[in-house]
Design a protein around this ligand. Structure first.
Ligand SMILES: Cc1ncc(COP(=O)(O)O)c(C=O)c1O
Length: 470
């Protein structure tokens, strides 16, 4: 979510924090200077860097990252929300070591057993018919949209404003609010048709989806939605919204794609769609199913997936030197088997941690009289959640249901954004994203307590320095 440009007071606070961070983490500070030269903007993924400072990590385990100089920070970013069991879980590491010791794991370019064993487990846990693996979420959503366009012979793709489906042409519209609006392309260089082919609806806004179908019903190839809005706010879909998407797409001959790259296996050992009782035509998985390795998958109806089959070859979802990479699939299969085998303990434990963090942060914000938007709450379908995003408004906070509430037209303007918050929290030994992120099973009582203490101290410091005054 975008934030307002910092005020002069916030700039001054950021400068102070930067000085302190450089003194606290001198080895990381030195790395920043070196990294700038060969590496564009210091990193290959924009969200791994926040102005003005980020720590460099020497190693990670469980709830923690260990910075170059040895400092231990509690981490809620957890590998882009992939690490449900915390960093480097021993069971995945052991499986990888054993695989390499057996003389397999690196890409062979051949068939291997892990691929079909993992596929069988995933289709069984998601109630889908067949799947194909790829290496990133962006590629998976791209292939899913190609399949939908090929299957329907139509052009238009409907997505929610605030929805992030990876960096691919059909998803690079309406991701972040700019000047109070989502209605723009996110990148130059896109095909000229993108502006017209991609239509936006409001998240959790069935009426706006209906209006899109009224205008373009016969042209819509697919609706692509996150049943749990990730980057856009950590917000669960309302059952009415998902039901409307299912019903409208079926009525108008379009396909429904659920992007569960964040949601899949985060709330249960399977897809979130099943909790809502909704079966999309295509389901996209990533993150958690990779067990820390680059794995994504498109699963779904056999008749739709068949367009990419050897028999039909109508949709070119078939390349990928590193697709179904054996070591990656070993990590994923180990992780997913563990989640399935321990589902009854893991998901309630994650939910308890999420509740402790959300409740604690809500209490702190109330006591400090700060208008916080805290999201990640369960709803009538999602019984519990490990997610906790935090944003601050100018004069109003709450529990958002739509990305517009914290980042779009009519939003309470964020005055203390991610950069300032992240810098202040780094000084408290906390690594966050979207104001916090998500708990893993490795976050124990001590970490949760330390998080709330450190968060309060960081906010008190920002309040005292006048950060919220602008
Ligand atoms: C819901 C969702 N879809 C797609 C993607 C893209 O996945 P990747 O970063 O693996 O390309 C992401 C990544 O954050 C995501 O959260």
């Amino acid at each position: 979510m975008p934030t307002l440009p910092p005020s002069p007071a916030q700039d001054a606070i950021l400068r102070d924090l930067t000085r302190e961070l450089a003194a606290r983490y001198p080895q990381s500070a030195a790395r920043c200077d070196r990294r700038r030269v060969a590496l564009l903007d210091q990193t290959s993924h924009a969200v791994r860097w926040n102005e003005p400072f980020m720590v460099t990590v020497a190693r990670c385990d469980g709830a923690a990252i260990h910075e170059l100089g040895g400092a231990r920070l509690i981490d809620y970013w957890q590998g882009h929300f992939a690490n449900l069991l915390g960093h480097n879980p021993p069971l995945v590491r052991a499986a990888l070591q054993a695989t390499l010791a057996e003389g397999r794991g690196l890409q062979s370019g051949m068939l291997h057993d892990v691929e079909h064993e993992f596929a069988e487990l995933l289709v069984q846990r998601t109630g889908t018919e067949t799947l194909r693996f790829t290496t990133s979420g962006a590629l998976a959503t791209f292939y899913a949209v190609l399949l939908a366009r090929g299957f329907t012979g139509r052009r238009a793709v409907v997505k929610a404003a605030g929805g992030w489906h990876g960096s691919q042409p059909f998803a690079l519209k309406g991701v972040a609010a700019r000047a109070g609006s989502f209605d723009h392309l996110e990148s130059e260089g896109l095909p000229g048709s993108t502006q017209d082919d991609v239509e936006l609806c409001g998240y959790n806004d069935a009426a706006s989806l209906e209006r899109v179908f009224e205008r373009r019903g016969g042209e819509v190839a697919c609706v692509i939605l996150e049943p749990w809005l990730g980057a856009g706010g950590g917000i669960g879909a309302t059952p009415e919204f998902l039901r409307a998407a299912r019903e409208l797409s079926a009525r108008h001959g379009a396909l429904l794609i659920h992007d569960e790259i964040i949601a899949g296996f985060r709330f249960r050992a399977g897809d979130l769609s099943a909790m809502y009782g909704i079966r999309p035509d295509l389901l996209v998985l990533g993150k958690v199913i990779g067990g820390g390795m680059p794995v994504a998958a498109v699963c779904g109806r056999r008749d739709v997936m068949a367009l990419a089959s050897r028999a039909m070859r109508r949709v070119k979802f078939e390349g990928g030197t590193y697709s179904a990479h054996e070591l990656s699939l070993v990590a994923g299969l180990t992780m997913v088997r563990h989640l399935v085998g321990h589902e009854a303990e893991i998901y309630p434990a994650l939910a308890r941690r999420g509740a402790t963090l959300r409740d604690g942060l809500e209490r702190i914000a109330r006591e400090l009289r700060l208008p916080a938007w805290i999201s990640g709450w369960p709803n009538e379908v999602v019984a519990g959640s490990s997610v906790c995003h935090v944003r601050f408004g100018r004069d109003r906070g709450g529990r958002p249901l739509r990305p517009e509430e914290t980042g779009g037209p009519g939003a309470a303007h964020p005055v203390v954004g991610e950069d300032l918050l992240r810098a202040a929290l780094l000084l408290e030994g906390l690594s966050v994203h979207n104001g916090l992120g998500a708990a893993s099973t490795a976050h124990g009582e001590a970490e949760l307590r330390a998080t709330l203490v450190g968060y309060r101290r960081a906010l008190e410091r920002l309040v005292a320095a006048g950060a919220f005054a602008g």
